[in-house]
Design a protein around this ligand. Structure first.
Ligand code: GCV
Length: 718
């Protein structure tokens, strides 16, 4: 063959390979566990030298899973199979449990049963890498971490890693109904096919467990907090057992939601009073039965006396009475109860955001040892921005766990690109001042502040049966970020984005930098075009889709947007200082000081805490009205910028995922414009001021926006 022809063929092949690796269709199913071949020859050869063989000294279902993960991962990343060998040669990766120091290098008693180490060390003069842990699951976490190092192109030389989770119980909460409808779900129906369980084990269940384990999630509540008593019947317990069996090797415990009235609905008792002996016995027996099916059953998540759910207050009892009854019954089996603090009542003439604190603070210290009170991040309900819930820092004698919402009920649902780690971090890093400066929310929930004996963090799942799991591709980053922060709340939003991008896309510096910019600005963008300057809960009633600040006829006062923004001819905002509802008094004095004066209150919370005049002078020198216009218009402009940034990535991303995000960004832009126009036109009816001339004019009237209806918006109802 002539040399020129040979060169031609080589170049052609290279181009084909390049094109197919960059542009092949990709449906996103593989999440961040893609293990595509490393395309940088220098890095690849470095990694290959470091990992020439691997060996697991132990065997168990979890080790089998870990071994498969490592072997598949290495094969994908290296483009070739890495052999197993127990010889300690240069380049051996040795994985073992229960090894004495120095092999393990840490005292695992101190770090807990999920910790692992990864060390580069000399064994018999040979340069080896070790992954060690005290338990099988620690080994699995170590393997995932080691693979992550390579997926994110970090050095695997001279490793000295000790990693242990800062939070014990790291759970997804599925709001999945037995009908497979997912409340506030925007990614299809539930992945859990209750009809075909227990006989049919969908590969999804395994892939779900694997994805969760890869980011350290160790529990899942598979049923909706708006609970159905049927969950506790034999027929369903058999289904949950089948799932628990799938999840077990991945270190994931199964939890259920308990309907408080189940003793009446299933047991035909006359009451569900938690202090009634027959009721208590009914739960004990039921719980014993559950443990026969699932010996490592995690316990219950309970929504009681909230939004129509029955609870102990139906019988004049307290939340502690209800929680303790269940806690006592699961305690002998090692189970826990997560009792939600999301309570508010229409009949109570108290600012809704004060009610959880008013209800739970007096119960501090009254819960059994195996109860966690699960508190939403903010005092209202997963808004684009809320201050932290004042319960954090107010219950030193009761383990409080965090509830974040991963699904984007109030963050553009399935169509908006919003990376939530900045929101999660804002709350975790907030200072409660409970014991002086530095008493951050993360120290409350990891137990270090008040020596909680158990700790937890929950995320309301955004997973459905859409092929890419989360509907919007970038929803995957929120699932990922939740898991990583539950493991280590000190990680930054930027570091987590960096990991996720490198694991999910081709490793190109321009691509990484651009996507990171998009992600890190996306939360502020959505705040700007939905609820800037501390506005909240002004979305469509019921489905919560789109803006509807004008609604004032919902079933109960505190479901009405007008309840929250209180716009009038003077101004806008909810006065929560001592001049108003005094919700501020629920915070430590240092926090009160930050927010009590409308002239010094951080502007991102201004309208949360204050009702201020349309002419109020903002830091920018603009009036409040002009600032509101500025924020709404800036939000829309930022979506346009995101579109441009994304479009510049076309050469680097496969067509399928590129088009998917591109189309959704188009939708996001139209929704952002809708939000901006509808809100400003409506608020203008109170301010009486013009939208400054430099901005494009709204293209519809207020009446047009008010007439929009969405009877089949996803995620609502049962
Ligand atoms: C599961 C909000 C949501 C409800 C949800 C509730 C809760 O009100 O809109 O769908 O119900 O929070 O967290 O219990």
């Amino acid at each position: 063959m002539k040399l020129s022809r040979y060169i031609y063929i080589v170049i052609l092949n290279l181009c084909i390979n390049l094109l197919s690796s960059v542009c092949h269709a990709d449906d996103g199913y593989r999440l961040w566990l893609r293990y595509d071949k490393i395309d940088d020859p220098a890095i690849l050869s470095q990694y290959k030298n470091q990992v020439r063989s691997f060996f697991f000294y132990d065997a168990s279902p979890t080790i089998t899973v870990a071994k498969k993960e490592l072997s598949d991962g290495l094969k994908g990343l290296f483009g070739q199979v890495v052999p197993e060998s127990n010889a300690a040669n240069n380049g051996s990766l040795l994985i073992r449990k229960n090894q004495p120091i120095p092999f393990s290098h840490i005292d695992f008693q101190t770090y807990g049963k999920e910790a692992f180490t990864i060390y580069t060390m000399k064994v018999d003069g040979k340069n080896v890498t070790t992954i060690s842990a005290n338990t099988d699951i620690g080994i699995l976490y170590g393997v995932f971490h080691f693979l992550r190092l390579m997926q994110t192109r970090q050095s695997i030389q001279n490793l000295a890693i000790i990693s242990a989770p800062k939070i014990q119980n790291r759970l997804l909460n599925h709001w999945d109904n037995l009908t497979r409808h997912v409340e506030r779900g925007y990614a299809g129906i539930s992945i859990f096919n209750w009809h075909t369980l227990p006989g049919y084990i969908d590969q999804r269940y395994i892939d779900y467990a694997r994805a969760n384990a890869s980011i350290g999630i160790n529990g899942t509540v598979v049923t909706n907090v708006n609970a159905n008593a049927l969950i506790l019947t034999k027929e369903y317990l058999e289904k949950f057992k089948a799932l628990a069996d799938v999840f077990r090797p991945y270190g994931i415990k199964l939890y259920l939601t308990a309907r408080f009235s189940a003793p009446i609905e299933l047991g035909k008792l006359k009451t569900a009073d938690p202090l009634d002996t027959t009721v208590r016995n009914w739960w004990k027996e039921k719980i014993n039965e559950i443990y026969q099916y699932i010996p490592d059953f995690g316990g219950f998540l309970v929504k009681a006396n909230s939004e129509g759910q029955p609870g102990p207050q139906n019988y004049g009892r307290t939340h502690a009475d209800g929680a303790n009854m269940l806690a006592e019954a699961v305690a002998p089996h090692g189970g826990i109860v997560m009792w939600r603090a999301f309570v508010y009542s229409n009949e109570t003439p108290e600012d809704r955001v004060k009610q959880a604190y008013s209800e739970f603070k007096p119960l501090d210290g009254k819960f059994e040892k195996n109860v966690l009170v699960q508190v939403k991040n903010g005092p209202l309900d997963f808004q684009p921005r809320e201050p932290f819930s004042p319960l954090f820092g107010a219950m030193p004698q009761t383990p409080l766990m965090m509830e974040f919402q991963i699904t984007q009920e109030y963050l553009g649902q399935g169509t908006n690109l919003v990376y939530e780690a900045p929101l999660f971090k804002e709350v975790l890093d907030a200072d409660t001042y409970q014991h002086g400066p530095g008493s951050t929310v993360k120290k409350v929930i990891d137990g270090t502040l008040d020596n909680y004996s158990i700790t937890g963090m929950a995320g309301v799942s955004n997973i459905g049966n859409d092929r890419n799991w989360t509907g919007h591709l970038f929803g995957q980053s929120n699932w990922y970020a939740f898991g990583r922060l539950a493991w280590d709340h000190d990680l930054s939003a930027s570091a987590i984005a960096d990991e996720w991008i490198k694991e999910s896309f081709p490793n190109n510096p321009k691509l990484i930098a651009t996507i990171k910019q998009i992600m890190l600005s996306s939360r502020e963008t959505v705040v700007n075009y939905m609820t800037p300057l501390g506005l909240h809960h002004i979305m469509g009633t019921g489905h919560h889709y789109g803006p509807a600040p004008w609604v004032n006829n919902a079933g109960r006062a505190d479901w009405n947007p007008v309840y929250y923004h209180k716009a009038d001819s003077f101004g806008i905002g909810f006065e929560r200082s001592s001049r108003g509802s005094n919700a501020l008094e629920q915070y430590a004095p240092e926090v009160q000081k930050q927010y009590e004066d409308s002239n010094t209150c951080p502007e991102k919370y201004l309208l949360w805490f204050h009702h201020v005049s349309w002419n109020h002078k903002m830091k920018s020198g603009r009036t409040l009205w002009d600032e509101l216009c500025h924020s709404y218009y800036a939000g829309v402009d930022s979506v346009r910028a995101m579109q441009q940034q994304w479009n510049s990535l076309k050469p680097f991303i496969d067509e399928e995922r590129f088009r998917h995000v591109q189309m959704l960004l188009n939708v996001q832009l139209s929704e952002a414009i809708w939000w901006r126009n509808a809100c400003l036109l409506y608020f203008q009816t109170f301010s009486g001021k013009p939208i400054p001339a430099q901005y494009e004019k709204p293209d519809h009237t207020l009446a047009y926006y008010q007439a929009l209806r969405f009877p089949y918006a996803p995620g609502t109802g049962n």
